[in-house]
Design a protein around this ligand. Structure first.
Ligand SMILES: [Zn+2]
Length: 436
């Protein structure tokens, strides 16, 4: 396998892929499907496109193994989030290659991984690699808006094409150098959204004659109660595993505390210290962020209704109904309606699988000291759709990347190093190789 050539191909393909406008909304992911499809066709690999809505399609291709093991899915989403052009130093859809980086929207989330999965797929095909398990390439639309027109649609309409898979590789988890070791995160689960709309009603009127029980006042009181409320700490099994994974990287007393986090969280000083890390704080409890407020359209009108939207995130295994009941109790006002906007449940994938062992083995070749950590993602991806089918899903991106290089995700000047795009295909290929 000539990894230099494959790496260069990955860089060029990513540059072109970024130039295809798949900003969601509206998405137009069919353009991305056509682009990937053209590459597959050139290599003589058959594929299918599944249109979930006009201009929005999902691409599926499958390399056959001998069937002695169950398939692995290489998943990516082809849509990207919008850009604020005035804050970019380059054209965000240029795919510019400059200063050792490939620049543009999607360079990190996740056209980069999409291209690496594609070139690995090509490399397996070109080399006639003796596969035991089928390898499925799946490129879906609409992840950035929740996946209803992408992975969610595909799982609902074509479960038979993927149901037999054992593993799925998706975005996120990655490596970084920390304390002279390569620390590699593999996402095994994620928190799930429980997006809620609060609606208060009250007597409308003129702003010159205040009404103590107006919709806005009731809503503000309810939100104040929520602000005073901190959801309790909960150590779920994947979170316990996450802290155990981090324990060897800690110094002194922290090491023993991390190894037994369920006991350690009763130490208030330790817990306060943990909360300094927004990631640690987020994986230990359900969270509430008040993000949208709406009252009157005019300054001198007391409106009949007022609404607030809450971005709540639940730990894996939590029940949205029970959480909403908790909030109802905290708000303690029958005049406030709570309506779910988006909720789903999620499970965790095990950490003692052939996939994780393969990652551990591969990663160990890239540094003399390596740690592979089971991560709990505070955000969410499309994985939950596939976990519902019983597929073990992992966030694994074949990158060794410092935190400061990740700032462009959903932000400005998104870019990935050429070095990472060149090394990534070999790394992912080696994982697939070990799974045969
Ligand atoms: Zn993404």
């Amino acid at each position: 396998m000539n990894w230099d050539t494959i790496g260069r191909e990955a860089v060029q393909l990513l540059s072109h892929y970024i130039q295809i406008d798949t900003i969601n909304p509206p998405g137009n992911e069919h353009r991305a499907s056509v682009f990937i499809g053209r590459v597959l066709k050139r290599e003589g690999i058959p594929y299918s496109l599944f249109e979930s809505a006009p201009g929005r399609s999902n691409l599926y291709a499958r390399l056959r193994g001998d069937g002695s093991k169950r398939p692995i899915i290489l998943l990516s989403h082809s849509d990207v989030v919008p850009v604020d052009r005035e804050f970019w130093s380059v054209d965000p859809l240029s795919g510019l290659i400059k200063d050792g980086y490939i620049w543009g929207r999607g360079a990190l989330d996740m056209k980069n991984v999409g291209i690496i999965e594609l070139v690995v797929f090509l490399a397996l095909h070109r080399s006639k690699f003796p596969l035991t398990r089928d390898v499925i390439l799946l490129v879906t639309a609409d992840e950035e808006a929740g996946g209803a027109m992408g992975a969610g649609w595909f799982v609902r309409h074509h479960p038979d094409l993927i149901r037999d898979a054992e593993f799925l590789v998706n975005e996120s988890g990655k490596g970084k150098i920390e304390h002279d070791a390569l620390v590699y995160s593999v996402d095994i689960t994620e928190k799930t959204p429980c997006w809620l709309r609060l609606r208060a009603a009250g007597e409308p009127g003129h702003g010159s004659r205040p009404k103590p029980n107006s919709a806005v006042n009731r809503l503000v009181r309810a939100l104040n109660r929520l602000l005073d409320y901190t959801p309790p700490v909960k150590v779920s099994p994947p979170v316990d595993l996450y802290f155990k994974g981090l324990a060897p990287l800690q110094k002194g007393e922290r090491r023993t505390k991390f190894a037994d986090i369920a006991t350690a969280v009763h130490d208030q000083a330790f817990l306060a210290d943990l909360n300094h890390s927004s990631q640690h704080a987020a994986v230990l409890r359900n969270t509430v962020s008040i993000t949208m407020l709406r009252g009157s359209p005019k300054i001198n009108i007391i409106p009949q209704t007022a609404t607030a939207e809450l971005d709540c995130r639940l730990l894996p295994g939590e029940s949205p109904d029970r959480f909403m009941a908790d909030l109802r109790r905290v708000i303690d006002d029958d005049g406030i309606e709570i309506e779910p906007v988006l909720t789903f449940t999620n499970t965790a994938s095990p950490f003692d699988t052939d996939f994780v062992n393969a990652v551990r083995d591969v990663v160990s070749q890239y540094h003399r000291r390596t740690h592979v950590i089971p991560n709990v993602l505070a955000g969410f991806t499309d994985c939950h759709f596939f976990r519902d089918l019983g597929i073990h899903c992992y966030g694994f991106s074949p990158f060794i990347i410092p935190d400061e290089d990740l700032r462009g995700i959903h932000g400005n000047d998104e870019r990935i190093s050429v070095e990472n795009m060149q090394r990534g295909p070999k790394m992912l290929f080696e994982v697939i190789e070990r799974l045969q």
